[in-house]
Design a protein around this ligand. Structure first.
Ligand code: NOJ
Length: 578
């Protein structure tokens, strides 16, 4: 299928509004802060902005606990601020995606307040069950720790919450819930929003009968998610949502779907229906053992196998999302690059990772700060952390007698707060994020790593991202080309080819901090190729080609044989198959 779609050609930039830019001095980012930076985002070249939740919320989980879907979070501004943001974005050709969080609401949402009071209209809006002999209905754990059930004395029943107890799960079985959600979606779409990222959308369908899950030795709770994720009812509801809402607009939709394989994902994305793409998690687990906190060295072979399985598994029958960062993940440059504190390694490593991702088939997602190579933080005091998941992990560990140092080591590697420190705009106080006191501490490296410095340096990570995005617009092979991986078992190099209409790109990446010598696969040996991008040479060398002022023949061609790749080097060749 060569179905050209704008959402395949686009590059998405994710904004975590709380940490983007504060314009009123309360220490919390706001919508006007986003509007103020639209020129910056346009200069980067992205096409779509995905805003993490901007709705009214008591912030038990930073906006992923919504108490009013049709109003703006007080700290972020007003509806007219949002309308201005949308208008200004459109004036610059930027589209806007909102975060649709409808697996659960806040326990402060009026629907829940009425449901716990047993109001007949809202009686079935949530998942209420009797306890079993004074204990919760099942032994399931909640995502951030503890039981997935909470007893409510007002209703004298337990409600299900797969996340924190302030995030009760909606009952999608109830038609009134689905209708209310569809109505709310139309409310935003009719304002001109261009689509949705859908939070844990493959958890909305729940089984008819709730059973206990097996419990691992030494544990109290079992994994109820295994009965829920990808339940056939989730597909059914999404198909209904497609018929009722999505199919009536020209949108981009991406579902967040833990526990999916490419085979499962096709149920959601085959031919772009009911969703255009999903966020899979398999490649996020290659540095984890039993849980995400059990930190292991990155297994690159596994990483390549996973990415290749997704590239081949969806291909153009479905469509891939491409990401290494978001608000739930540590910073990729700290995660995958050794010596990321060394300015040269950090720069080169970040560019190598960007090349890897942006040259695959799929829609790339950039998370705020990734484009300047922002790094993980390491606050020594747990009091400086804000994320509910991190705090619950620490408390539970301490209760079990684990050492502060051991827990902090895991937090430094994996805490979601790594991604949530304020965006580093300049070397001014608080990185130029706020004139007040930021809601979470700024990463200390902001004096070196910031947007102002990146804009000035023509070889910065920022300008490299800009080049990658520009190249995508120039070469259809980047968007639509097939993917073939070579030397999959090579522990240090990632080598793949993209091919489209006789055009072919060969991508060579050194994933390690040691030099590598590599003989190109037989198909390429002796071929003439032009180097169109390389992260070890000045970007100025490549701009004429990237900009379209010269073609591949204008660059001095090489004969591909055996080559030396320096640490974290990335090369992209345009191959002449003649
Ligand atoms: C996934 C979101 O990305 C995460 O931030 C949130 O905590 C959970 N879903 C619950 O909404």
């Amino acid at each position: 299928m060569d179905q050209r779609k704008w959402w395949k050609e686009a590059v998405v930039y994710q904004i975590y509004p709380r940490s983007f830019l504060d314009t009123n001095g309360d220490g919390i980012g706001d919508l006007n802060g986003i509007t103020a930076k639209l020129d910056y985002l346009q200069a980067l070249g992205v096409d779509v902005l995905w805003l993490s939740p901007i709705f009214r919320s008591p912030n038990a989980d930073n906006g992923y606990d919504i108490s009013d879907y049709e109003d703006i979070m007080t700290e972020f501004g007003t509806m007219s601020d949002f309308e201005r943001l949308l208008q200004e974005a459109k004036a610059r050709g930027l589209k806007v995606l909102l975060d649709l969080v409808v697996n659960h609401t806040s326990d402060e949402h009026p629907w829940f307040v009425a449901s716990r009071q047993n109001d007949p209209h809202y009686h079935n809006f949530y998942i209420w069950r009797e306890g079993k002999a004074g204990a919760p209905p099942t032994n399931w754990f909640a995502a951030f720790g503890g039981s997935a059930w909470k007893y409510d004395s007002e209703r004298d029943a337990y409600y299900l919450h797969l996340f924190t107890e302030k995030q009760p799960d909606l009952n999608w079985e109830e038609r009134k819930v689905r209708e209310a959600v569809y109505k709310m979606m139309r409310f935003w779409l009719d304002k001109g929003v261009d689509g949705f990222r859908m939070d844990v959308i493959n958890l909305i369908g729940k089984p008819d009968i709730f059973e206990d899950a097996p419990v691992a030795s030494g544990e109290v709770y079992g994994n109820g998610f295994s009965f829920i994720a990808n339940h056939p009812k989730s597909y059914q509801y999404l198909r209904e949502m497609y018929e009722e809402v999505l199919s009536h607009y020209d949108l981009m939709t991406v579902g967040e779907t833990p526990a999916v394989t490419p085979e499962i994902a096709l149920n959601y994305v085959q031919d772009g229906k009911p969703l255009n793409m999903v966020f899979q998690f398999e490649h996020m687990d290659v540095d984890s053992g039993q849980s995400k906190w059990d930190v292991r060295p990155v297994d690159w072979i596994r990483f390549k196998q996973i990415m290749s399985r997704w590239q081949e598994g969806l291909g153009d029958r479905g469509w891939n999302s491409l990401y290494l960062n978001n608000h739930d993940q540590p910073r990729s440059v700290s995660r995958y690059v050794r010596y990321a504190h060394d300015p040269e390694y950090r720069k080169r490593g970040a560019k190598m990772l960007a090349t890897m991702l942006h040259l695959m088939q799929g829609t790339p997602f950039i998370y705020q700060g990734e484009e300047i190579g922002m790094t993980n933080v390491a606050f020594s005091r747990i009091e400086d952390y804000r994320d509910v998941e991190t705090l619950q992990f620490y408390d539970e560990g301490r209760r079990k007698g684990q050492r502060h140092e051991a827990l902090m080591a895991a937090i430094y590697a994996k805490s979601r707060d790594n991604a949530r420190t304020p965006m580093q705009w300049s070397s001014d106080a608080y990185a130029g994020f706020t004139s007040g006191t930021p809601w979470i501490k700024v990463n200390e490296d902001y004096k070196e790593i910031n947007v102002a410095a990146a804009l000035e340096d023509s070889d910065s990570i920022f300008h490299y991202y800009r080049a990658l995005i520009r190249l995508r617009k120039r070469l259809p092979v980047i968007v639509y080309g097939t993917y073939t991986v070579y030397d999959l078992e090579h522990p240090s190099l990632y080598v793949y080819e993209r091919r489209y209409d006789g055009d072919s790109l060969l991508v060579l990446l050194n994933l390690t901090d040691s030099p590598q010598s590599y003989t190109v696969p037989a198909t390429f040996y002796g071929k003439t190729a032009a180097l169109i991008l390389n992260n070890t040479e000045p970007l100025a060398t490549f701009w004429p080609y990237i900009d379209g002022t010269c073609d591949a023949e204008g660059l001095s061609p090489e004969t591909l044989t055996t080559m030396a790749l320096s640490p974290y080097e990335a090369r992209v060749y345009h191959i002449n198959h003649a």
